[in-house]
Design a protein around this ligand. Structure first.
Ligand SMILES: [Zn+2]
Length: 234
């Protein structure tokens, strides 16, 4: 009896896993089209809504009121600007893709004077951590110096319980793919200098971090400054 139950559970979990994987792969494809401007805005909006609804039907464990800071070994004082004033969301629209305006994000700077991605204090690469439990819905593990993509190697993580996504850009290397479930504090990438502007010498090495509500079925930015300031540290 128990064996049959366990088997049924394993099969169900297997199905959910496959579902999540295929839905996330579709979101990833859609996100790439939005970035490249190869999809009509109305169509993109409609598809995004349907896919998020489908993803919400697949349960994901866990929720935390408090975040984990997305850069291991760093704190809110590494956030650029004064009291988080680097965050500017006015004029931003997700559907503008790579041509989007504004900077609905916080840049979190590491100490890397020689721009080799290594932390000058430890001579090691720095881990990028997921701020909460979630599912990877889009990412790009490919970027070359000739690309005009601003995010470089980026990751979108969806946090279903609170209906928002977090975005991590300019990574050196990713350790996740669409459909992967991630835990709060899990290493998802290492900080890097990928991205059209981030690659240039005038740009100090940093993580570009954003948070977006999915209230209207597309990502709408909100300012995560207070959540970063009050985050736990690993
Ligand atoms: Zn930025």
């Amino acid at each position: 009896m128990l064996k049959t139950l366990l088997l049924a559970l394993a099969v169900t979990l297997g199905f959910l896993q496959t579902d999540r994987q295929s839905i996330c792969n579709k979101i990833n494809t859609l996100n790439t089209k939005v970035l490249n401007g190869t999809i009509d805005r109305k169509a993109a909006l409609a598809q995004f809504g349907v896919l998020i609804k489908q993803l919400n039907a697949v349960p994901v464990a866990g929720k935390h009121a408090q975040w984990v800071f997305p850069l291991k070994g760093y704190r809110a004082n590494a956030i650029g600007g004064v009291n988080g004033n680097g965050y500017i969301s006015k004029g931003y629209n997700y559907l503008d893709g790579n041509k989007h305006k504004a900077h609905p994000a916080h840049d979190i700077f590491i100490t890397d004077r020689d721009q080799n991605d290594l932390d000058d204090r430890t001579n090691k690469l720095i881990d990028v951590l997921s701020v909460d439990d979630g599912v990877v819905i889009a990412c790009s593990n490919v970027w070359d110096a000739g690309s005009n993509l601003r995010g470089g190697k980026y990751i979108w993580v969806y946090h279903p319980r609170y209906n928002y996504v977090t975005y991590y850009a300019h990574n050196r290397q990713l350790f996740v793919k669409p459909g992967d479930e991630v835990k709060q504090g899990q290493k998802i990438a290492e900080v890097g200098r990928t991205g059209f502007s981030a690659y240039k010498k005038r740009s100090p090495t940093h993580l570009h971090f954003s948070a977006f509500s999915l209230a209207d079925n597309i990502p709408v930015p909100f300012n995560p400054y207070n959540k970063l300031v009050n985050a736990a540290h690993l």
